[in-house]
Design a binder for this molecule. Structure first.
Ligand code: OSB
Ligand code: MG
Length: 382
């Protein structure tokens, strides 16, 4: 396929409720939507970098720069065979996985549309519905947290993840466990602790009482580049540690498993540079008997459709952070919205490509900046 136009949309969307993690609190989600045109078709992708470099070093600003100045020029006007061909060309850009994943996703959408096949089928997924849970932000008090969790349970979510940070960890998790003794519960620290504290990050010793709360897993307690210390920490827990921020490639997943730095891996296509790498990590973990699940980045309907397709692969044996559209946004940019089935699943799209369509009026409403890039010869003839 020959790409003749790429449009970048910087989006800002109000969240239904503020989302607080150990790295900050947001009321609005920002991201970049990509529209890639080739052979008269338009493929969409979502770059999940947020406004601030809190979860990762990438931001909307860095991704915009890398896409505009390096990744889009590497493919514009070129005859591409597909997403893997793009990754080969993008390899000369070090890092910037979220920028790469956004463009790669649009190419997957195009490939699916052209072949008349769903993204789920292209990736090798089989399930019609995937099990999901909800990621609950830090709340003002343990009581408020239990009440918020109660609300999501009432909606039908069968797995709850709570965000924790130093000073808001064991008491909060215990309160939820006391109120709901049997639910599937896990926590996410987003790198807020240290095994050997030297100043700011609190000691991971504070987390040891979590081991008695029958949690599914403890997600990313330590820093992103701290595989070794995660390995040392895992030895002190019966509860599986799960890595999110630390895993940027299949190589990291292999090394983490070899050094027993975790027993579960959270796979996010944006963090690992795209769906191709995400599937490779899935394959490695499946062969090793290590459970994986699909993480979330508060995606729009575009990214959510991709995450559902990915989570339909057989190794995704734990519920994903892929909640219904109304958990995030009052209005989404896709015509389709995702709803929770009574069994805490969401149905995977099966139409060609991503299987969702973009609502251009909604897109216009949320766009704060837009940039159309065209192949030089196309521009001359317009
Ligand atoms: O660490 O999993 C995380 C959202 C933004 C950045 C990082 C994380 C999250 C979530 C939300 O936990 C998951 C979702 O999209 O529902
Ligand atoms: Mg996480």
């Amino acid at each position: 396929m020959k790409i003749d136009r790429v449009t970048l949309y910087h989006l800002r969307m109000s969240l239904c409720t503020p989302f607080e993690t150990s790295f900050g609190r947001i009321h609005e989600r920002e991201c970049i939507l990509l529209a890639v045109r080739a052979e008269g078709l338009t493929g969409y992708g979502e770059c999940v970098a947020d406004r601030d470099p809190g979860y990762a070093y990438e931001t909307v600003g860095t991704a915009w720069h890398i896409l505009r100045d390096f990744l889009v020029p590497a493919v514009m006007g070129q005859e591409l065979t597909g997403p893997a061909d793009f990754q080969a060309r993008a390899a000369r850009v070090r890092g910037h996985n979220m920028a790469k994943a956004g463009l790669e996703l649009a190419l997957w959408d195009l490939a699916g549309q052209r072949a008349g096949r769903s993204l789920r089928d292209l990736l090798g997924g089989a399930r019609e519905r995937v099990e999901v849970g909800v990621s609950v932000g830090i709340q003002p008090s343990p009581d408020a947290l239990a009440e918020t969790v109660d609300g999501y349970l009432a909606q039908g979510y069968g797995r709850i993840k709570i965000k924790i940070k130093p000073g808001h960890d064991v008491v909060e998790t215990r309160a939820v466990r006391r109120a709901f003794p049997d639910i599937r519960l896990q926590v996410d620290a987003n790198s807020a602790y240290a095994l050997v504290p030297a100043g700011a990050p609190a000691s991971a010793d504070a987390l040891l009482p979590l081991d008695d709360l029958n949690l599914l897993l403890i997600e990313q307690p330590l820093a992103e580049d701290d595989l070794w210390d995660h390995s040392r920490l895992q030895r002190r827990f019966r509860t599986p540690l799960c890595l999110d921020e630390s895993i940027h490639a299949v190589r990291h997943a292999r090394q983490a498993l070899e050094m027993a730095a975790c027993r579960v891996i959270n796979i996010k296509p944006g963090r690992v540079g795209g769906l191709g790498e995400a599937v490779a990590i899935h394959d490695l973990c499946r062969a090793a008997g290590v459970p994986v699940w699909c993480g979330g980045m508060l995606e729009t309907g575009v990214g959510r459709a991709a995450n559902l397709a990915l989570a339909s692969l057989p190794g995704f044996t734990l519920p994903g952070d892929i909640s219904a559209s109304d958990r995030y946004y009052a209005q989404d940019i896709t015509h389709e919205s995702f709803t929770l089935n009574p069994d805490s699943t969401i149905t995977v799209p099966t139409a060609p490509g991503l299987g969702v369509t973009v609502d251009t009026a909604a897109l216009a409403r949320f766009t704060v900046a837009e940039l159309a890039l065209e192949a030089p010869h196309t521009a001359r003839h317009r």
